[in-house]
Design a protein around this ligand. Structure first.
Ligand code: BF8
Length: 640
């Protein structure tokens, strides 16, 4: 049975038990055609205004006179602001704990990557002269925290972008000033009676999104690496079969690794294991869902049960003793599904409470104790299991491709560098690099949209980088192992992968870790040979199964950074032709980046490959160019 069929089997089981899952609800749901075209406005209570065409084909406007383009632009930009809030507030929580660790007020967590701490201290101009690690960390934490409430100037991380890009952002008024400020400013633009100009709205939308990609998300990624360790390549496992029939299963789910990190520690506590054995279990198994799973898989090798779409199905196995959730992408249905089994759903954040769940709040000063209480609850619950049905299938994966790892793997320890990657792009073995990111959609379960796209890209020698739930879709098709290069990749990409020993599809982490892709792209520009700006690179981004507002925020920061971004749906603003054209055509003249939309994976691949080829042509790389390796004879001739 394939991993896809294993999920079908659990969906069948849910149906037999008359249990409704998101897959069933998605099929039954008839989306509102006006809302899905982006032209429903409920920003005030004079409507809600539905801006369909009038009988004579005349464009309708809202009660206030707002045009379809203005309404669609405001809706789109509100999605950016909401998506940002998830990432930047996650970052704030991380900085809080980081500062407490730095000051010695919190000993549950620690500083694991001193090299990265010093690198970041350099980015933030922290005085390191004669300072201890703790003092440097305090200096860094205070400067980072100040950026959330900063009113003017520019975020320090923005300085990591290529100079040309920074100058463009300055010129366009897109440089983010403060992490929180841009979200508030964006919302202010969109309230009744304010900004009616789609271009002006999108400009602030870009500044807002950039304060996420080159701000909040980058802060979260980097400080998580400092506290929990920078990921390096490791083997792991994904899919439902990672649940253990004879062990206590604790699932961690959400996005903020603060909880999961402590649960991993608690599960290794000898006392806890003794207790588990006393209850008849062979041990304690931790596994994950969604981006919390990506974080713990990359850093600890904790296996991943599934992505967003599989969260209810995991409970249907009957083997989950506790599902402990933190924030974001938690289905409201979890307690209802769990009520048919023995599973306990535990919420831990005041920002994400779910009626029917047990609430055990995680505070930064009680993190380990809270995690132990959760693991204890799972152990107590283990003997209450009823029927257990765990599909046996698992996928082997190799994960953990942070920017630092790519640098090291390609360049080696003595000469860490992106030179080999750039050279292989220049000589044509690698056509380009594409980030395939974002969610998994219940309505597309089993259709293989993401994996089809990935296979087509790697067959065309495009190196794929994954974050978020998209990685799980590839894992189910065994694409995250080095052997996949020989089976699916084009000859050039396969040769590079075989030489370096990497899969053709690199898993880089969670959704805040899209910032790793930004850093990797900046490093490609800095390495030389592929232009002077991010918009010169033969790269693209794609979210084939997006659903969250966070995905729109991510898409916009990549577009504002100069990339083509393809989303797997019809345009969410298709009811507003003017704004749609601005996103897909006009905006490119400003930043070099643009949006494209298509629900068809082959069409997505075509759009991406055409774009990459056009970028290669502009760089003069139309024809494959072998790098000339100089032998001693040739070097002598060069010497004057
Ligand atoms: O932040 S990919 S479904 S889990 S939103 Fe959610 Fe989408 Fe998954 Fe991660 Ni990102």
């Amino acid at each position: 049975m394939s991993k896809v069929n294993a999920c079908d089997c659990l969906m069948g089981e849910a149906k037999e038990k008359c249990l409704e899952t998101a897959h069933v609800r998605a099929e039954a749901m008839k989306p509102c055609p006006i809302g899905s075209a982006g032209i429903c406005c409920k920003n005030c209570f004079m409507g809600p205004c539905r801006l369909t065409s009038g009988k004579d084909g005349e464009e309708k406007c809202g009660v206030c006179g707002a045009s379809r383009d203005a309404v669609a632009a405001r809706n789109f930009c509100r999605m950016i602001a909401a998506g940002n809030s998830g990432h930047v507030d996650h970052a704030r929580d991380i900085v809080h704990v980081f500062l407490a660790v730095a000051k010695g007020e919190n000993t549950d967590y620690s500083i694991k990557d001193e090299n990265k701490l010093r690198m970041l201290a350099g980015v933030y101009d922290v005085d390191m002269e004669g300072k201890t690690v703790q003092q440097i960390a305090v200096g860094l934490g205070e400067k980072v925290m100040a950026e959330f409430g900063q009113q003017d100037g520019k975020l320090h991380m923005v300085g990591r972008a290529p100079r040309k890009r920074q100058e463009l952002w300055d010129k366009l008024g897109m440089t983010p000033r403060g992490v929180d400020r841009e979200v508030v400013d964006m919302l202010h633009h969109t309230i009744i009676g304010n900004d009616q100009d789609p271009e002006s709205l999108l400009l602030q939308g870009s500044r807002c999104a950039l304060s996420n990609g080159w701000g909040g998300s980058m802060i979260a990624t980097e400080l998580q690496d400092v506290m929990f360790g920078t990921p390096f390549p490791r083997r792991g496992k994904m899919a439902m079969g990672v649940l253990e029939e004879k062990q206590v299963n604790v699932l961690v789910h959400g996005h903020d690794p603060l909880l999961a990190e402590m649960i991993v520690v608690a599960a290794n506590d000898p006392e806890m294991n003794k207790l588990a054995k006393a209850k008849g279990a062979e041990g304690i198994n931790i596994a994950g869902i969604c981006c919390t799973a990506n974080e713990t898989l990359l850093r600890h090798g904790v296996p991943m049960v599934g992505s967003f779409s599989q969260q209810e199905l995991a409970i249907v196995t009957g083997a989950v003793d506790v599902m402990a959730v933190d924030v974001q992408c938690l289905m409201a249905s979890l307690p209802k599904v769990a009520s048919c089994f023995h599973t306990k759903i535990v919420t831990t954040s005041p920002k994400a409470k779910i009626p029917g769940a047990v609430h055990m709040e995680l505070h930064e000063d009680n993190a380990l104790n809270c995690a132990k209480d959760i693991v204890r609850l799972a152990i107590e619950n283990y003997p209450k299991r009823k029927t257990v049905n765990i599909p046996k299938e698992t996928s082997d994966v190799v994960v953990g491709f942070s920017h630092e790892t790519i640098n090291y793997m390609l360049g080696g320890s003595f000469r860490s560098s992106y030179r080999p990657l750039n050279d292989n792009i220049m000589n044509g073995r690698i056509l380009g690099v594409v980030g395939i990111v974002g969610c998994s959609l219940p309505k597309l379960e089993g259709k293989g949209v993401t994996a089809t796209l990935v296979k087509e890209l790697i067959a065309n020698n495009v190196l794929v980088i994954h974050t978020g739930c998209a990685a799980y879709a590839s894992a189910r098709e065994d694409l995250l192992i080095p052997e996949a290069a020989l089976k699916y990749a084009g000859a050039g990409l396969a040769e590079v992968c075989e030489t370096v020993g990497i899969p053709p599809v690199l898993h880089s982490g969670s959704c805040v870790d899209n910032s790793r892709i930004l850093i990797a792209c900046a490093a490609m520009v800095a390495e030389g040979g592929l232009g002077n700006d991010l918009s010169d690179l033969p790269i693209a981004g794609c979210a084939p199964e997006w659903m969250s507002e966070k995905a729109i925020a991510i898409g916009q920061y990549f577009v504002a950074s100069g990339a083509l971004v393809v989303f797997g749906s019809e345009s969410p603003v298709k009811g507003a032709p003017g704004f749609d054209k601005l996103l897909t055509e006009g905006y490119e003249k400003l930043t070099g980046g643009k949006w494209a939309f298509s629900p068809d994976p082959h069409e997505m691949a075509r759009i991406i490959i055409d774009h990459i080829k056009a970028k290669r042509k502009a760089l003069g790389l139309e024809k494959a160019q072998e790098r000339v390796l100089f032998d001693m004879e040739m070097r002598r001739k060069l010497e004057v």
